[in-house]
Design a binder for this molecule. Structure first.
Ligand code: ADP
Ligand code: LRH
Length: 510
């Protein structure tokens, strides 16, 4: 192949709702992406514990790599893997997986958050790690697992993309962007915080050495080459293995006056910064400082995202009412705006199940009209998400001192025109929607740079995205005061909920 021919890179992108393998062809001035395999990501409850079906996902990865080889007419130039954050698998002394990784929506960390807060006050933990309080952060999962036979038998802990990489290559490592979601990394040093780990009794030697995006992570094992029909050798490159880190690389922005919202199962709304914001105001606003590619900080807030809608659809389907998303969104667009809104930052929505009822209960609790049908419930979800996007981006600008003049929506939610339009209206800023597969594109771009198919910094990679990807622009419209009034309803509801809950462990909520 001539050096200027586009080279195929395989991106494995495991999202909470589906896994996919994409082939990206890259050269100067060229970037195209093709989905070669998509497979559902369906969690499994065993007893009372919710697990990821990790072997089904790994089978999807192998089938996807086989499809990538067929599509590219030969082995890809390299493979990169990204997935959702915080979760992990434990390996025994023989390198075998101990049990199925537990899903971050499992309730096992219930008492661990208070236990951690009792040992290391939230203010001190934030001052070192800068991570948003989410009850499923790896720290809480590990504290919840203390004393279990599984943790006692463990010799290695691999985050989900590192586990897939280990199965493909036989080599272990801990990729930094995802490691930063453990709440054990100090974003100033970009290394483990031994004081935090020691105080909480967490053994850092369980973690394999850190890798940075762009590092070599091994090459496909002979049995993987046989299984996938790929001729070798095929290198595996560490990318921003946290899907949100890859998605932020995939934001088609110019300059630095932009905000991003990576919307899929979650909405991750924030800014790209050079240094973390570790102030008490930032902690109280529940902002996170996750590490990004090329020494950046992803200063953002986790918001519930399209999970709310996914769970409503699942509930309606279980009652025999199956809806096409397009049709539901069309009806939602015709429903009354801002009739009722819920707090999409409220951890009460993390667990699966009964979502339409839980939304109804939240509306009733805050003295708002309850949605009368599926279209109104959908409208309530999308208005609530747009409002949470607005709140997050206003807070991010205030807390960081950076102002923005455009919002980029990437991820599956970029396909939801109503959500993009409502977000533009709520924020009073233009929204640029797309690409929907930003994580896979960011994954491909980091691989391509390591392989020498493209060169430059993040702004150069983003220039290539701007030149090659289909984007839609939404200008803000409507009455901004309507959003302010809706925000006031949320703030009142939040205060009264807090008091009725007794604000148990004084943790902030976004
Ligand atoms: P994850 O990576 O977390 O699995 P995705 O980024 O794939 O999530 O986003 C999935 C979500 O994107 C779906 O739940 C759905 O709400 C939204 N979505 C996907 N395709 C469309 C579409 N054609 N129109 C509207 N929304 C869409
Ligand atoms: C999105 C995501 C998000 C995390 C959550 C657990 O897929 O990685 O950034 O907080 O999953």
């Amino acid at each position: 192949m001539a050096p200027t021919d586009p080279r195929p890179f395989a991106a494995v992108d495991l999202g909470a709702s589906s896994g996919r393998v994409m082939v990206g062809r890259v050269a100067a001035g060229t970037l195209d992406l093709t989905e070669v395999h998509r497979f559902p990501n369906t969690p499994v409850r065993v007893g009372s514990t919710l697990h990821w079906d990790i072997l089904a996902l790994y089978r999807g990865v192998l089938e996807g790599l086989q499809a990538a080889g067929r599509f590219a007419g030969g082995p890809p130039a390299s493979v990169g893997i990204d997935s959702w954050a915080v979760d992990y698998g434990l390996l025994d002394a023989d390198g075998a997986l101990i049990g199925n990784p537990v899903h971050y929506r499992d309730g096992r960390t219930g008492s661990a958050t208070a236990k951690v807060a009792g040992t290391l006050p939230p203010t001190a933990l934030y001052a070192v790690t800068g991570l948003q309080h989410l009850p499923f952060n790896t720290v809480y999962q590990l504290v919840a697992a203390q004393g279990t036979p599984a943790l006692a038998a463990a010799r290695r802990l691999l985050m989900i993309p590192d586990l897939v990489s280990y199965w493909l290559t036989g080599e272990v490592g801990t990729e930094l962007t995802n490691a930063s979601t453990t709440q054990l990394i100090d974003p100033r040093t970009r290394d483990w915080s031994r004081p935090v780990a020691d105080t909480l009794g967490i053994d850092l030697s369980l973690f394999a050495p850190l890798r940075r995006p762009g590092d070599r992570a091994g090459q496909l094992l002979p049995e993987v080459l046989t299984e996938t029909g790929l001729g070798g050798p095929v290198p595996v490159t560490a990318v921003g293995s946290h899907d949100t880190a890859s998605a932020v690389v995939g934001v088609p922005a110019h300059g630095d006056r932009f905000a991003y919202i990576a919307t899929g199962t979650w909405s991750l709304a924030g800014l790209e910064l050079d240094a973390p914001v570790l102030t008490e105001d930032s902690r109280r606003a529940n902002f996170t400082n996750e590490l990004g590619v090329d020494g950046t900080v992803r200063y953002l807030r986790n918001i519930m995202g399209l999970w709310l809608l996914q769970e409503c659809l699942r509930a309606w389907e279980s009652q025999g009412r199956t809806y096409e998303l397009d049709e539901l969104l069309r009806r939602a667009a015709e429903s009354a705006p801002l009739r009722s809104v819920v707090d999409a930052g409220d951890p009460e929505f993390i667990a699966p199940g009964r979502m339409p009822e839980r939304i109804t209960e939240a509306c009733r609790r805050t003295g708002q009209p309850v949605p009368r049908d599926e279209a109104e419930t959908t409208r309530c979800v999308l208005d609530s998400l747009a409002l949470a996007h607005r709140r997050a981006l206003m807070d991010a600008q205030r807390l960081s001192g950076r102002t923005v003049d455009a919002v980029h929506i990437v991820g599956g939610g970029a396909r939801n025109e109503l959500l993009c339009r409502l977000t533009a209206d709520a924020c009073g800023l233009p929204v640029v929607a797309g690409p929907a597969e930003a994580a896979a594109l960011g994954n491909v771009l980091v691989q391509a740079r390591t392989a020498g198919a493209v060169a430059g910094d993040l702004s150069d990679l983003r220039r290539l995205l701007c030149e090659t990807q289909d984007l839609r622009r939404h200008e803000p419209m409507g009455d901004r005061r309507a959003w302010e009034r809706a925000e006031a309803r949320i703030a009142d509801g939040r205060d009264s909920h807090r008091h009725s809950e007794g604000d148990k462990d004084e943790q902030p909520r976004g």
